[in-house]
Write a protein that binds this ligand. Sequence first.
Ligand code: ZN
Length: 490
Amino acid sequence: MTAYDDLMAFQRDTEALGQIAGRLGWDQETVMPRGAVEQRGEEMAAIEGVLHARRTDPRIGEWLAGAEPTDDVARANLREIRRSYDRNTKVPAALASELARTTSVAQGIWAEARAADDWATFAPVLANVVRLRREEGAALADGGDTYNALLQDYEPGATAAEIEAMFAELRTGLVALRERVLGAGDPPAKLDRAFDDAGQMALSAELAKTFGYHMLHGRIDKAVHPFSSGSGLDVRITTRTVPHDPFNCFYSTIHEVGHAAYEQGVDRAYLLTPLGRGASMGVHESQSRIYENQIGRSRAFTGYLYNRMIATFGDFGVTDEEAFYRTVNAVRPGYIRTEADEVHYNLHILMRFDLERALMAGDLAVADLPGAWDERFEADFGVAVDRPSHGCLQDVHWSVGLFGYFPTYTLGNVYAGCLHEALRRDLPDLDAELAEGHTAGATGWLRDNLQRHGALYEPQETIARASGQEPSVAPLLAYLDAKFGDLYGD
Ligand code: ZN
């Protein structure tokens, strides 16, 4: 046995335990009895303790020093293991456990504060989380930029400066597009009848299969906030139903199928290794977004969906496929990120990126966050925020210490724009297939060019290899301009 073999055997058990921890989390959000919360907390803490000990085991350092990679796969495995080992050993154990304790309490306080529109109660808790994450960022940064160091947890290899330049270009384009679209008149009315739960779940399951979700290695359950969970042979998704908004269910499902199909599509040889999962949060989001938006909200596919909805629910008051396409793609300014359309969504992210960088740099105090938020929101969206739950209290992320995570949503959209451009170039007849509900051409292209590689390549290289170009915002802006310029008549 070489040092590399020993390391990979040890790593395989760590990966398996990581999957078990993830499945406990899935269980907690779906089928766990309500009365089990306390016990589950202890179970999770126990397994996280085992995982932390394994990820910082000194033998990993020795194996890494002695391992000699013989091919690209081994080199990539070592890169991923070294990254995790460095990260976990740089943060003092006392700080890591204080962060875990503080954020788990903070999440509960945030949920109550949001429900009560009570910023004052949450502010000191958030200040504590910000302080601890800055400390952690400083430990990880070795004298470099704190925010950059935190970003590496979600998008390895990305830099805040690159993202800042990319987002500045995107913001200019999006604000201009938004003004054109909103100036062109009112969007079509929302659906005005209820859609039964059983019908939504049945069509949702059908859509998951239509998009290539493999039910032998997956399942669909309900959760308050839809998510996907797991890698390899057991990748589960969740969705939700809202009586008057069936699109919430269908597009949540398609989005999560994008994440899950990525995990299911990784080369079987990488199972339970560091390569057996998505390359980064941004690359992951590129898959969920291209399934949901560029494919799922296309004119061709919505034509198919319209007819499936008629077959499932009967006449629901939308006259034809074209009217349905407009209803699905209605553009409305709103306070809430998760309800935003394709034109507005990234503007929500861009402001969070700027605000969280200022918080981490110490340029913005937590006490001044609501004012800074409301000012920026009014500048980009043209409306004043009316209450904290519509403003800086709306997202869970900061309460649980996720600083550096928000930009991966927009990076995902930017990557999806690049991939979509290449996909359309390679598959000129794609719309004819989508109009029949056949997505295999598109999803097969994504699997062959991107998904099967898992984390073999770094995130930016993953996108560059699949799309044939370095990631840039131009394809996303061109796609949005063409789609919404056409929809809103110029
Ligand atoms: Zn997602």
